[in-house]
Design a protein around this ligand. Structure first.
Ligand SMILES: C[S@@+](CC[C@H](N)C(=O)[O-])C[C@H]1O[C@@H](n2cnc3c(N)ncnc32)[C@H](O)[C@@H]1O
Length: 307
């Protein structure tokens, strides 16, 4: 099965209103909005008054709820200082909280003189209704802690603390996965790691499901969804980012491949069922998107399609 991958330019609230007329309902939404922390975005004000920002988030969560099938999931990522707001917004818009996931950062904590340094981001996992329609208890091959005597023969279950997924920070830490412009600068500073979306999609969807990303950025959700045989809709306001998503989907970069992660999840009993088919149609896509991505590093565009 070749999954459908739709990339829509525009405001997510408007696009989601249009999607309500479509027949498909979503199994999962990844919500990674601008955090309203005064970052520079070409097309939006990232410095809204607090109440206006949370009213906007509530409207987005409500719209996603309407588009979600019973038992479907939302993963809402935010700064830890907004935990209370996130939980309140989800509750008020109908969602049932399942976990407040701590995504621990690998780079050093943000230092602070009068409280502990901050080293994590939150991801609230909630569902439409009490029981998830799909939830896969993934097992990982996490490194053994020094206090453990014997290796775990079957790995361990993923818990609500995710300390094994490295963020794409600035500088060399970001590695090959970070998309760069022709000057070597990060194309989008909030690009999410492929490993993060792989975990989310494997946990809460099945092959053939529809996945939504209303704040798509560089399209990480779509890139992962397609490789795992899930259909996806990505909405992005900034036309340059939309161009990047389309380029990225066509480029099938090795750094975007989910395949190297499969070994890490090998102890998951039904892994073959939930992994889905890998699809890489770079030739066809490149024909469609030839000429786009001028600001993106041209060498990355020529990377071979992953196996
Ligand atoms: C935090 S980034 C998402 C990054 C993404 N997870 C990735 O992997 O690249 C948020 C994105 O939302 C986009 N955005 C902001 N307001 C929007 C809106 N009203 N509708 C759609 N996209 C919007 C921004 O342009 C930005 O690219």
């Amino acid at each position: 099965m070749i999954p459908q991958t739709l990339v829509l330019e525009g405001d997510c609230l408007k696009r989601m209103a249009e999607l309500e007329a479509q027949p498909h309902q979503f199994a999962l939404t990844f919500l990674d909005p601008p955090f309203n922390q005064g970052k520079e975005y070409a097309y939006l004000d990232d410095n809204l008054p607090e109440e206006a920002y949370w009213d906007w988030m509530a409207a987005v969560c409500r719209a996603v709820y309407r588009l979600t099938q019973d038992g479907g999931a939302i993963y809402f990522m935010q700064r830890e200082k907004n935990a209370e707001r996130v939980l309140g917004t989800l509750r008020e818009t109908g969602w049932t909280l399942q976990n407040l996931i701590i995504w621990m950062k690998r780079t050093s904590a943000v230092p602070n003189g009068w409280r502990f340094g901050k080293q994590y981001q939150i991801i609230a996992f909630a569902t439409k209704g009490r029981k998830p329609r799909a939830f896969h208890r993934l097992r990982i091959d996490a490194p053994l802690r020094p206090e453990y005597k014997y290796p775990r023969e079957e790995g361990m279950f993923v818990t609500d603390i995710w300390d094994d997924i490295r963020e794409l920070t600035s500088g060399y830490f970001a590695g090959e996965e970070a998309i760069r412009d022709k000057y070597g600068e990060r194309f989008h500073k909030q690009q999410s790691p492929v490993a993060l979306l792989t975990r989310i999609l494997l946990s809460s969807t099945l092959p053939g499901d529809w996945v939504l990303d209303p704040f798509a950025g560089t399209g990480t959700t779509a890139v992962v969804a397609r490789q795992l045989g899930r259909h996806s809709v990505s909405v992005e306001l900034d036309p340059k980012n939309v161009e990047c998503i389309r380029w990225r989907l066509g480029a099938c970069r090795e750094a975007d491949s989910v395949l190297p992660l499969k070994h890490y999840y090998r102890f998951t009993p039904n892994l073959e069922q939930i992994w889905g088919d890998e699809v890489c149609e770079s030739a066809a896509e490149e024909a469609v998107w030839a000429g786009v991505g001028e600001d993106i590093d041209a060498t990355a565009r020529q990377e071979p399609c992953s196996p």
